[in-house]
Design a protein around this ligand. Structure first.
Ligand SMILES: NC(=O)C1=CN([C@@H]2O[C@H](COP(=O)(O)OP(=O)(O)OC[C@H]3O[C@@H](n4cnc5c(N)ncnc54)[C@H](O)[C@@H]3O)[C@@H](O)[C@H]2O)C=CC1
Ligand SMILES: N[C@@H](CC=O)C(=O)O
Length: 356
């Protein structure tokens, strides 16, 4: 029997994501120990209310309302509470005490990321945030590390599961906006305040993170143009469908060159766009996400997978969970709809995507 050193984990928040993280840590302890070379022990889970109803998979004896004490005894802190405060304060406390931190909190990173990264660097701690963009899709590390030697030119992303789910239900089932949103909330896709999803704030935060990583600069969330899907009606969706399009909330991040000055800049924007049904992004159904990266040397890469909520094994032949037909489709930027917003993919940009 191998003797592993023990790393103690503090989990902050036991909601949709935190609950699943707790289950994974508890169920796969031996396998994780062998892989990590250390036993990852879930020391406690900080919650607001010890008696709130929660799934059986979360052991009651691990719950505490004293987040600070839990943090100060941990080697690794996983923050999955969401929101700005006290998440920010807790992460600063964790880093300051020498713990490494993992967070899925894009709102916090987009607004206070610099402060957190500066402290992490100063104390030599790690701050990981893979789940902050694209849910289960590995996109942060590929952009930060794997593509570090390449030059990313543009990113097109479906980065919000809730809005993709809502638009998909309107498109495929003729469901009205409110009914589809209620289902997205029930399934744990939406943020505690779903207006963050619907109004495009969540996607804008993710766009700011993606653009900062891809273009090696700091793109503040205030610099991201943002338009949500609250104004999209069933009629819009239906008209788009008849014309061969599907409405998707896209995050678009790209390099810009000012021809007058020769200066390079960055543009990041989020808005509902018409996407040709032939384009791979049109096949991203339900709460799935996809990030389409156009890079100088690597060409076009598409990262696809579960973007929100708990991942469930898809049933065979499930239309909502099948991956897009990569490598076969082209985009048509013409727009017949009254919203006049199209997916800005050029034909050449979308002509040879590969799944990653
Ligand atoms: N739901 C999803 O699919 C995804 C969510 N995220 C991010 O992960 C984080 C968590 O999201 P969800 O699990 O969906 O949220 P949730 O609302 O389901 O869970 C958050 C939990 O934290 C608890 N909490 C809030 N403040 C607390 C405090 N001060 N002390 C102790 N507990 C506290 C809440 O009571 C709740 O149980 C958010 O930052 C979200 O943006 C990231 C990727 C996917
Ligand atoms: N509310 C978010 C959750 C994941 O980041 C979404 O719908 O994508």
């Amino acid at each position: 029997m191998i003797e592993y050193r023990t790393l103690s984990i503090a989990l902050l928040g036991a909601g949709s994501v935190g609950g699943q993280v707790a289950s994974l840590l508890l169920q796969h302890g031996d396998e994780l120990a062998a892989r990590a070379g250390a036993r990852l022990t879930l020391a406690g889970i900080a919650v607001r209310d010890l008696d709130a109803p929660r799934p059986e998979r979360i052991p009651r004896e691990l719950l505490t309302t004293d987040a600070r004490e839990l943090i100060l005894g941990a080697d690794i802190v996983i923050e999955l509470m969401g929101g700005i405060e006290p998440a920010r304060e807790y992460i600063l406390l964790a880093l300051g005490s020498g713990a490494d931190v993992i967070t899925g909190n894009k709102a916090l990173l987009a607004n206070h990321g610099q402060e957190l990264f500066d402290l992490a660097e100063q104390v030599g701690a790690q701050l990981y945030y893979e789940a902050a963009v694209g849910g289960a899709i590995p996109i942060i590390r590929p952009l930060r590390d794997s593509l570090a030697g390449d030059r990313v030119e543009r990113i097109l992303g479906i980065v919000n599961g809730t809005t993709n789910f809502v638009l998909d239900r309107m498109d495929s089932a003729g469901e009205d906006f409110a009914t589809a949103l209620a289902a997205a909330r029930r399934l744990g896709y939406a943020e505690a305040d779903p207006s963050g999803d619907i109004e495009g704030y969540d996607a804008a935060q993710k766009a700011a993170i993606l653009a900062s990583l891809a273009f090696h600069t700091r793109v503040p969330v205030e610099a991201v143009y943002r338009e949500g899907i609250a104004g999209i009606t069933l009629d819009d969706v239906e008209s788009a469908r008849k014309a061969g399009y599907v409405v998707k909330l896209l995050a678009i991040c790209e390099r810009l060159l000012d021809p007058a000055t020769g200066m390079e800049g960055v543009s990041a924007r989020v808005y509902p766009a018409l996407v040709s049904r032939e384009h791979p992004l049109a096949a991203v159904r339900g709460a799935n996400n996809a990030v389409f990266v156009e890079a100088e040397a690597a060409g076009n890469l598409m990262f696809y997978g579960a973007g929100a909520g708990e991942w469930r094994r898809p049933r065979p032949c499930s239309a909502t969970s099948s991956p897009p037909p990569a490598g076969t489709s082209q985009a048509d930027p013409a727009s017949p709809s009254r919203r006049r917003r199209t997916c800005p993919c050029s034909t050449s940009a979308a002509s040879r995507p590969s799944t990653a």
